[in-house]
Design a protein around this ligand. Structure first.
Ligand SMILES: [Zn+2]
Length: 252
């Protein structure tokens, strides 16, 4: 059977404030309209791991960091189109402002628990993005375990539902971290590696599509129509060169 392609889209902030981790409101609305018009089904990470998706292509929407602009700007668009989405929360920062490495200036607010609960009740999905938003490979084993297990337990307690999905801060997870993520009870973990996932991808290391690269209507339409792999390869190459040069990249 042919491999299925699953594009896991990666967003951070959706706002008009600019910066490498923000997509403006009009661009986000355009991206969602074109996605819906393309007919490519939008599914969830649970659909993926439970093999409920049989379409040759599908899309999953993910948002890191749980910024307030998700509730204000992104969610109304998603709700209008009835699109499911996953938001990864750095639990210690909920209801506060970002204060980790690579943040915007001035720092952006994160949603509070009341807002998160309201969205969860309305059908939005939530996952863990640790407690404190650290670079996980640098942590001692006990701290690593705490970041993974306590964040999961706190979100489960707050939302009264199972939390099964994880996103490591900065996309940083080596083999030791991925093993710990699995032991902590998560069914999936995503990375910031730029690629489409397939039905053969490791669920603990799922690549994602950085939507910063698809802010032009024609480019996004072409990608959804299956004509975007050349562009994706070129962006991936540039990204690899940048990370090898240690140029500060996005504050993911
Ligand atoms: Zn993050």
């Amino acid at each position: 059977m042919a491999q299925r392609q699953i594009d896991i889209l990666m967003y951070h902030s959706v706002s008009d404030r600019g910066g490498a981790t923000a997509i403006n409101a009009a661009t986000f609305a355009m991206q969602m309209e074109i996605l819906v018009a393309s007919g490519v089904p939008v599914v969830t990470l649970d659909d993926l791991i439970e093999a409920r998706t049989t379409a040759p292509r599908s899309v999953i929407l993910t948002f890191d960091d749980g910024f307030q602009d998700f509730a204000d700007i992104a969610w109304p668009v998603l709700e209008r189109h009835r699109l499911p989405a996953m938001v990864y929360l750095p639990v210690d920062h909920v209801g506060r402002s970002e204060n980790w490495r690579g943040i915007a200036s001035p720092p952006r607010r994160l949603m509070d628990w009341a807002t998160i609960r309201r969205l969860a009740d309305a059908g939005c999905h939530f996952g863990s993005h640790t407690l404190s938003h650290p670079a996980l490979p640098a942590l001692a084993p006990a701290d690593l375990e705490r970041e993974l297990t306590q964040s999961r337990r706190i979100i489960e307690d707050r939302l009264s539902r199972d939390i099964r999905h994880f996103a490591p801060p900065y996309g940083l997870a080596d083999a030791r971290v991925r093993a710990a993520i699995g032991r902590a009870g998560y069914a999936t973990s995503v990375s910031t590696r730029l690629a489409s996932a397939t039905s053969d991808s490791d669920p603990m290391d799922l690549p994602r599509i950085e939507m910063f690269y698809f802010q032009h209507r024609a480019r996004w339409s072409a990608h959804l129509a299956g004509r975007g792999q050349g562009y994706l390869s070129r962006r991936r190459l540039l990204r690899t060169v940048k990370s090898r040069l240690m140029v500060p990249w996005m504050g993911l």
